[in-house]
Design a protein around this ligand. Structure first.
Ligand SMILES: [Zn+2]
Length: 148
């Protein structure tokens, strides 16, 4: 697993920012950025949120992807930041996929609407009857943040 210090340095250079530039955009001192990149200290939660905006990656990615992100609406795995939803201001929302949440609104008005969609589009290799599949999917969805 890549460490935060290496990831920060790589992304900062990819964005062609100096330590000074990044520090100004995140609202910290150049010395703080230097300490993050040498591993002497870790960015605070607030700094990670700012870094996520400036460098356009998720906080999870900045931390070396310790969590396997799952959409908290439809249960889809989201191994790539490109699948994550965004807030209207452009910042990344790590809880939902870009199909379930966009422009500040959710795509499915109810769990039943999502279940209808899943039943119509998910493969059913075992040929399970519809009511069995519906209750199986419903059991998964009920564990997700959006449906609690
Ligand atoms: Zn989703």
């Amino acid at each position: 697993m890549e460490e935060t210090q290496t990831i920060l340095k790589r992304l900062r250079k990819a964005h062609q920012l100096s330590q000074e530039d990044l520090a100004r955009r995140v609202g910290v001192t150049r010395r703080a950025v230097s300490r993050w990149e040498t591993g002497e200290s870790q960015p605070s939660t607030d700094s990670l949120r700012q870094l996520s905006k400036v460098l356009d990656v998720s906080v999870n990615t900045l931390l070396g992807s310790p969590r396997s992100l799952i959409c908290q609406c439809c249960a889809m795995p989201m191994p790539d930041d490109a699948l994550l939803s965004r807030e209207p201001d452009g910042s990344i929302n790590e809880d939902y996929c870009k199909w379930c949440y966009a422009d500040g609104a959710f795509a499915y008005p109810s769990r039943d609407a999502l279940l209808d969609y899943l039943l119509a589009h998910m493969p059913n290799p075992e040929g399970l009857p519809e009511d069995a599949r519906r209750s199986q999917y419903d059991g998964w969805l009920r564990q997700l943040k959006h449906w609690q």
